[in-house]
Write a protein that binds this ligand. Structure first.
Ligand SMILES: [Zn+2]
Length: 217
C-alpha cells in the first residue's frame, strides 16, 4: 500500500495524467497505487467514473487484486517446516478435490477447479492441512495451469523428499468460456508425476484414487 494524494497522478507508463476517482479514499486518506490505474481503465472502457455504482469500484478492484495475488508474498518454508513429521508409513497419501481459484496470466480472468495431490512418503509426512495451503499459495498468483501443476509437485518433492509425487489439476477457464465462441468446454486436465509416480503401478493407483472424482468441477 502506498499513500497517494487526492487529485491527479501520472500513470506509470508516462501517459496522460489520470483523474483519481472520487469516493475511493480509505479512512486516513490512503489509496492503493492500483486504484488510479483501475479508474483509468474504466474511463478507457467508456464508463462514467463519476456514476454512483462505480464510485467505490477502483478501491474494491484494487483490494480484490491484492487478495487474489497474495501468493507471491507467502513463505513456503514457514508453511511446510513446522508440519513435517517422521513416520514409518510408505503407502500412498492422497488428498483429493482441493478447490482452488486462480487467474490466468494471459487475460487476468479466473480459472478454477480441483487439485488432486498424492505422494509416497520416505520416512516423513506433511500435515494434511498444509497441502491445500500450498495449493493456495500457487493459485493466488497470475498463473498458467500447467506451471501451477508443476510448482505444487516440485515444492512437495523438494521439501518433503518423498519417493514420488503426483499432482492432477482439472479446471475451467473463463477466458475460454466467456470469450470468442463462448464455448463451454470440458475441464482442462494437467498432471505432473515425479519419482515413483512415473512407474506404471503407482501411476495407476493414483489415477484410480482420483478417477472417481473426475468431472466433479
Ligand atoms: Zn487466459
Amino acid at each position: 500500500m502506498r499513500a497517494m494524494k487526492r487529485g491527479r497522478s501520472r500513470p506509470a507508463d508516462g501517459g496522460e495524467p489520470v483523474a483519481i476517482c472520487p469516493g475511493g479514499d480509505e479512512p486516513g486518506g490512503k489509496k492503493d497505487a492500483l486504484e488510479p490505474l483501475v479508474c483509468r481503465m474504466l474511463g478507457l472502457l467508456g464508463e462514467d467514473i463519476e456514476r454512483e455504482g462505480l464510485r467505490q469500484t477502483p478501491t474494491r478492484v484494487a483490494k480484490a487484486l491484492r487478495e487474489l495475488t497474495c501468493g507471491y508474498k507467502a513463505n513456503i518454508d514457514r508453511i511446510v517446516n513446522s508440519a513435517l513429521f517422521r513416520v514409518e508409513y510408505n503407502e500412498m497419501v492422497c488428498v483429493r478435490d482441493i478447490t482452488f481459484f486462480s487467474m490466468c496470466e494471459h487475460h487476468l480472468l479466473p480459472f478454477f477447479g480441483k487439485v488432486h495431490v498424492a505422494y509416497v512418503p520416505d520416512g516423513r509426512v506433511i500435515g494434511l492441512s498444509k497441502i491445500p495451503r500450498i495449493v493456495e499459495v500457487f493459485a493466488r498468483r497470475l498463473q498458467l495451469q500447467e506451471r501451477m501443476t508443476g510448482q505444487i509437485a516440485n515444492v512437495l518433492q523438494e521439501k518433503l523428499k518423498p519417493l514420488g509425487v503426483g499432482v492432477i489439476i482439472e479446471a475451467r477457464h473463463l477466458c475460454m468460456e466467456m470469450r470468442g465462441a463462448h464455448s463451454i468446454l470440458s475441464p482442462t486436465v494437467t498432471s505432473t508425476l515425479l519419482g515413483c509416480f512415473q512407474k506404471d503401478a503407482t501411476r495407476k493407483e493414483f489415477l484410480n484414487l482420483v478417477h472417481s472424482n473426475l468431472g466433479a468441477v
